[in-house]
Design a protein around this ligand. Sequence first.
Ligand code: ADP
Ligand code: MN
Ligand code: MN
Ligand code: MN
Length: 369
Amino acid sequence: MPNLTLEHSPNAAINKAPYHRYMDLPIPDGKVQATYIWIDGTGENLRGKTRTLDFVPNKPDELPIWNFDGSSTLQAERSSSDTYLYPVAIYADPFTRGNNKLVLCDTYKYNKKPTETNKRFTCLQAMEAAAGSKPWFGIEQEYTLLDMDLRPFGWPKNGFPGPQGPYYCGVGANKVYARDIVDAHYRACLYAGINVSGTNAEVMPAQWEYQVGPCEGISIGDQLWISRYILHRVAEDFGVIVTFDPKPMEGDWNGAGAHTNFSTQAMREDGGILEIEKAIDKLSRNHLRHIQAYDPHGGKDNERRLTGHHETSSIHDFSAGVANRGASVRIPRGCAEEKKGYLEDRRPSSNCDPYAVTEAIVRTCVLNE
Ligand code: ADP
Ligand code: MN
Ligand code: MN
Ligand code: MN
C-alpha cells in the first residue's frame, strides 16, 4: 500500500499502468479535444476545461468563443457570472497528443469588456503600436518545486539542506531534485510548439529555471503562460507542486525571478549598444512604473525578493551595469563586447504577468509613453 500522508500527493500514488490502456484507444476521425486555458482572477493561477470539436482547428479565430462561471474563479459576481473565453493561440497538446490542442484564451466580462486580470488586451495594443521596431523578448522563468506540505521538494523535513553553492547547474542526487519533471516539461514544451531555449538548476535546491524566447511581440506572453500551464500539469503527474512565489524560503536562500531580456531591431544591428543605452536611460526614469508592473501585487511580492542581496538589486533604486548581477538591468558581457544585442531586466518577479512586464517595457522604451 502506498503510504499516503499529507507529504505525498494522491496523484503520485496512483498506479498509472491502466491509464495507458485507455489513452491508447483511438479517437473517432475528425474529433478533437480542445483544452481552453485562461488566467483566473488571482492574475497568477491558471484554469482549464476541455471540450470536443468536430474539426481540426488551425487558427484561433476558427475556434468557438466559450464561457465559464466567473464567480468560481474570482472573475465575476454571482448575479452576472458568465465570463467569456476568446481563443488567442493554439498549441499541440503534449498530454493527449494527436490532433488535440491546448487553446490559450483571454477573458471578457458579461459586458464584453476585458476582465481585471486580462493584461493581454492592452499589451496587444502596445505590441501592435510598436511592431515596426520588432521587439523581441526572452524570459528566464525560475520556479520552485514543493512537496504537499509546501516545503521545498527533497528538503529534510526537520532541518535544512547545506548552504547554497553546489546546487546551481548541479548534477548528482545530493545536488538536484526532480530533474524528471524538468526533462518532461522541456520535452512537452517543445512538442507543444513553445520556443523554449534552455533550462538549468538554480542556486537554491529544488529551484529550477527554463527560458522561453526570443519571441516577438505578444507571443512571449502567450508562450510563457502556456509553458507555465504545462509545468503545473507535468508536476501534477508526479505529485509535486510548482510555486512561482518570488521568495519561497526566507533567510539565506535565493528568491525566484523572471529576468526579461529585450531587444529591438535597432539594438540587434551593428552599433546597437547606443540604442540599448538609450533604453536603459528611459528605464531609469520610470523605475516605479516598472516595479508596479513586475509582480501581480504592484511591487508587494518583489519587496520580499529585491533586497539587494542574493543576486538582486534593491527595489528602491534603479541601477545598470555590464555583467552586473546586482543591478536592476544588466548588459550581458557578450553584448557589451559586440556593441549590439539586448538588455536584461532582472526585476520582474517569477510570478509576474509577462503581458504586464513586456507592455511596460515597450511603452517606456519604444513608444516613449
Ligand atoms: P542568463 O545569462 O541571464 O542566465 P539565459 O541564457 O538564461 O541568460 O537567458 C537568456 C535569454 O535571452 C533567453 O531566453 C534568450 O532567448 C534571450 N535572448 C537572446 N538574445 C536575445 C535578443 N536579441 N533579444 C531578446 N532576448 C534574447
Ligand atoms: Mn538564466
Ligand atoms: Mn536564473
Ligand atoms: Mn538572467
